[in-house]
Design a protein around this ligand. Structure first.
Ligand code: P5A
Length: 437
């Protein structure tokens, strides 16, 4: 992508409304544009990151055995009356009336809709277990949308829903998602700590939030420092191994970790003082086991092995996909801008042409650009070198291939690693090899 033709707008001034660093950088680097309070347009750079994050989430859901669907954003109020949540959900729900005076709503979550879909097809216990997920926009009319995409009104969520015949099987499904979440956040380069959580309007009595530690997080958290050292994501390799998942889950959850809502001061104090950690965090995922709350209310039942009706046990599992983009920036930035981890970078590299019009400089830049294709932005603008450096740092591409007339004459490129600031002079081939990883 040539910067001279691209829509990659950056801002020099720090927007006054942004109080946390990820929000400031998302606006300055041109990732998003607010269109109404808590509602954002995703501009090309932000949209590429959002898609890369979604893809990692998708791959780990698939690996854990869940299947992707796509349900609509608009739902019928009738479904929510069946579950009994329509009135209770309150002002957070955006309610709509269609031209036939039917009550509709913009979905804040999809437990009712998936239960309705599943009950139309499930004919017997053999149709279970199943886990279905989608990655779809949600709307919650938050009282105080803030921190940019972190607490938006419209936001992208991955939500999965599991159906099982027994409570034990449903708990296994819960543990599958628990480990899928640990893997997902690890691939994103984030340390997310699972914490016992309150269930709120979703319901049930077993629930974990996945919290990324960050000073600007909205939740106060208390946890055992053992979490900092451990690599739990790697411990589970076979999602069908019921005992292995159970023992892995028991080990992880035996360590103390809780948000302020569930904090048990006595249990925390029982830890040796040097292991007690207090801080703040961002909730990037939340999983729930709520048994038959929706299936019973909505009349989902299937004949069991003995022919008697069984009401399936359910759970639901959410990841804040758009919120994750903010959380990733909170965890990866410096004074100059964003530092994208390789796994989600919108482009692997920026090619910086320091002397537009110089024949050998232009030739090397074109060669790099052709070789890297859609994986690089080529800064071919007639701007000063300082402007190009600042924009590349702000937008945070993991690599900068800096090409000036002196090096170009000798076929040499200066390669800068954004995360460390380290610069090396290498051949074009070597630069390509390193960028491609
Ligand atoms: C689980 C999936 C649910 O809605 N139903 C389906 C369950 N859970 S949740 O905790 O309410 O939301 C799941 C995740 O969505 C993100 N999230 C938000 N992101 C941005 N702006 C918001 N206003 C917002 N609200 C929730 C969080 O990451 C949350 O963990």
């Amino acid at each position: 992508m040539r910067l001279s033709r691209a829509f990659l707008p950056t801002l020099k001034e720090t927007p006054a409304e942004a109080t946390i660093v990820s929000h400031r950088l998302m606006l300055r680097a041109g990732l998003v544009r607010q269109t109404s309070a808590g509602i954002y347009a995703w501009l090309p750079l932000g949209w590429r990151v959002l898609q890369r994050v979604s893809q990692i989430v998708r791959e780990e859901q698939d690996r854990a055995g869940a299947q992707e669907v796509l349900m609509p954003t608009i739902q019928s109020a009738e479904l929510w009356r069946q579950s009994g949540r329509y009135d209770g959900y309150g002002k957070e729900m955006l309610r709509l009336i269609d031209r036939h005076d039917r009550e509709m709503l913009y979905g804040p979550t999809n437990e009712e809709m998936i239960t309705d879909i599943f009950r139309s097809y499930a004919k017997s216990y053999r149709d279970l277990p199943r886990n279905l997920y989608h990655i779809q926009w949600k709307f919650r009319d938050e009282v105080r949308p803030r921190f940019g995409v972190m607490r938006g009104r419209e936001f992208l969520m991955k939500d999965a829903y599991s159906f099982d015949i027994t409570a034990e099987a449903a708990q296994h499904a819960y543990r599958q998602m628990f480990f899928a979440y640990l893997r997902t956040f690890q691939r994103l380069g984030l340390k997310a700590v699972p914490m016992r959580a309150d269930t709120g309007p979703i319901g049930g009595n077993l629930s974990h939030e996945f919290i990324v530690l960050a000073e600007t997080g909205e939740s106060a958290v208390f946890f055992d420092s053992a979490f900092e050292a451990s690599d739990w994501a790697g411990t589970v390799t076979d999602y069908d191994d019921i005992p292995a998942l159970k023992s892995g889950f028991d080990q992880v959850t035996a360590m103390y970790a809780a948000t302020d809502e569930m904090h048990d001061a006595a249990a925390f104090e029982a830890l040796p003082a040097e292991r007690r950690r207090e801080g703040r965090g961002i909730e990037v995922g939340h999983i729930f086991y709520f048994g038959t709350k929706y299936s019973a209310a909505m009349g989902l039942s299937v004949p069991g092995q003995d022919g008697k009706p069984v009401i399936p046990e359910m759970g639901s599992y959410g990841i804040g996909v758009s919120r994750l983009v903010g959380a990733l920036i909170e965890a990866n930035h410096d004074e100059a801008g964003i530092i994208w981890p390789d796994s989600v970078a919108p482009y692997a590299a920026a090619i910086l042409n320091l002397k537009q019009g110089d024949a050998s400089t232009d030739a090397i830049c074109e060669q790099l650009h052709t070789a890297l294709g859609d994986n690089a932005v080529y800064d071919d603008r007639s701007e000063r070198a300082g402007v190009k450096f600042a924009d590349a740092d702000l937008m945070g591409f993991p690599w900068q291939a800096i090409v000036g007339p002196r090096g170009a004459a000798n076929g040499v490129v200066e390669l800068k690693r954004r995360a460390t600031g380290e610069r090396v002079e290498v051949s074009v081939e070597e630069a390509l090899a390193r960028i491609r990883g």
